[in-house]
Design a protein around this ligand. Sequence first.
Ligand code: SF4
Length: 225
Amino acid sequence: MDATPSANCLPANQKSTHQQIIPLTQHNSADGLIYRDTDSEHSKRVALSKAFNCSEPDVVFQELPNHVALAFTIHGCPFQCPGCHSEHTWDPNTGHALTDERFESYLKQYRGLISAVVFLGGEWNASALRNKLRIAKQFGLVTCLYSGGNHVSRALRPHLDFVKLGAWKEHLGGLDSPTTNQVFIELKEGELWHDRTYWFQEHLPSTTQNTTVFQTSRGVSYASA
Ligand code: SF4
């Protein structure tokens, strides 16, 4: 996820009769917070790293509809999606450290120009990401996480307004593809609340019901538990 961050992580949601909850494998990160997913050696190395590094942030307009957002690509993604356009960011020790001070400096620099922040990854270091989300809220900004996982931890949810879930699968496409495995969800008071994937798919009608299971056209479900 880089200067064109949504290319891989964009994602959808038509209703299906299939019921398939993706099983989760949870790991404890270095700070003791559970993040989730993947059993690869790479993901285990990322889990043990305390790095929270990023590329230079980009101002983006499409990742969060109706907002101008500052997007931070966090290095060290553990998901290793085949076809990832941002493989050069998989090493958590590349990029530069996104300390709280540096993050605040960025937000001051862009104050009045942005209405939101988008994190492209970083959930594998939940305490560091949570600190950044808190700071963003103090600046009055809307918060959004693009995750390649199927779950967002309860440690992060109270600080998020939106989350994109689901790995990049090239043959299914991103959020704007009718066959995507990904979903874009609005959170409310720390709970997954409303499926907003239709924002990316103009041919889909808006959903009207809240639910605890968000299901894509491919039969993949994302449970809020
Ligand atoms: S979630 Fe997948 S597509 Fe996105 S950066 Fe990680 S490996 Fe790449």
